[in-house]
Unconditional design. Sequence first.
Length: 209
Amino acid sequence: MVESAGLPLAEPGLWVERTSATAFPVGRPALFLDRDGTINVDTDYPSDPAEIALRPQMLPVIETANQVGAPVVIVTNQSGIARGYFGWDAFAAVNRGVLDLLARSNAVVDMVLACGYHEKGTGALAVADHPMRKPNPGMLLEAGRRLSLDLERSLIVGDKLADMEAGQRAGLERGWLVDGEGSTMDGLSVLPLRNATDLGGLLTAIRSL
Ligand SMILES: [Mg+2]
C-alpha cells in the first residue's frame, strides 16, 4: 500500500501526532482515551470519514480535561493497517474527521498515537505482541516521554479490557471501562462507565487532576 509522504509516522507501524499547540508543564497527568468504541461509535475497522459518529459521552470528558490543563491523548490500536484493510492515508482522514467533530464542540485532543502492528499483518507490520499494541503500554509510555507526563496520576478511558491493561502496565491507578464492570487489576482500579452517575464520577476525577 503506497503511503503519502509527510505523515507523522515515528516508525512504519506507529503514528505519533501532536494535534494541538497547547504547551503543558512537566509532570501533568494525562487523560488517555481509546478511540473506536470510546470516542466514536465502533464500526469495525472504520476507514471512511463519512462513517464517523461520536459517542456524546466523551465530549464533556474531553472539555473538562481541556479546562483543567490535562493533556488529552488518544491511544488507538489499528490492526486494519497491518491487515491491509486500509492505509495510513485512510487512517489520517478518519482521524481528522473525529478531531474535527470534537473541535466543533470545543473538545480538543492534544496528541494521537496509533499502532498499526499486528501478528496477522504483512511485511514490516507483521509483529506479534508489539510493545506499542495494547494491552502493552508502549503508546502510553511514548506519550509519557514526549509530554513529560505523571503517568501514575493519569487516567484512561476505553471500551476493552486491553485498554485497562495497557493503563495498568503503564503505571496508572484509575481507568474507566465503557459499558463494562468495575474491578481491580493489580494496582489499577477499573470503574464502570455506563450511566450519568458514572460519568459524573469521571468528571470529578478529571477536575481534580
Ligand atoms: Mg475501542
